[in-house]
Design a protein around this ligand. Structure first.
Ligand code: CUA
Length: 143
């Protein structure tokens, strides 16, 4: 019947998407941003050194800044970034690293970023979030 074919087609398309995602995360070693279960703890900004080259950041987006809005780390650092928002939907874009996340109230986006080159990495909000949107930015200083 017609419906069966539609269901099969939907299944096939989903399978293709899923394999593409798995393919990019494993074989090509690209870190695919993940959504992890939300907890209130993530709304508390937090920056922690785990060891000499591993850091953990809970970044909280709100109108119109990120908290923390700047961190300094040595080059070669790996940063586990957990991102959420406490008001509206914001974006989190590190142009130089090709990092592109959404900050969603009630949700947490997680990604891992390796900073092998020193420099100043600007973070911008790329999701329109009100009057102060264009001033919403942060900075990662890699020395
Ligand atoms: Cu936050 Cu635009």
């Amino acid at each position: 019947k017609y419906e069966i074919r539609i269901i099969a087609l939907t299944g096939a398309v989903l399978t293709i998407f899923l394999s593409a995602l798995l393919f990019s995360s494993f074989s090509r070693n690209i870190d695919v941003p993940a959504c992890i279960p939300y907890s209130k703890g993530f709304t508390k900004p937090h920056f922690r050194k785990l060891d000499d080259h591993n850091y953990e950041v809970y970044a909280v987006a709100h109108m119109w800044t990120f908290d923390p809005d700047g961190i300094s780390i040595p080059k070669g650092s790996t940063v586990d970034l957990y991102l959420t928002s406490v008001d509206v939907v914001h974006g989190f874009n590190i142009m130089k690293k090709g990092v592109n996340l959404m900050a969603v109230p009630g949700g947490v986006s997680k990604t891992t970023i390796v900073f092998s080159e020193p420099g100043i990495y600007s973070v911008v909000c790329h999701e329109y979030c009100g009057a102060g949107h264009q001033y919403m930015m942060g900075k990662i200083n890699v020395t």
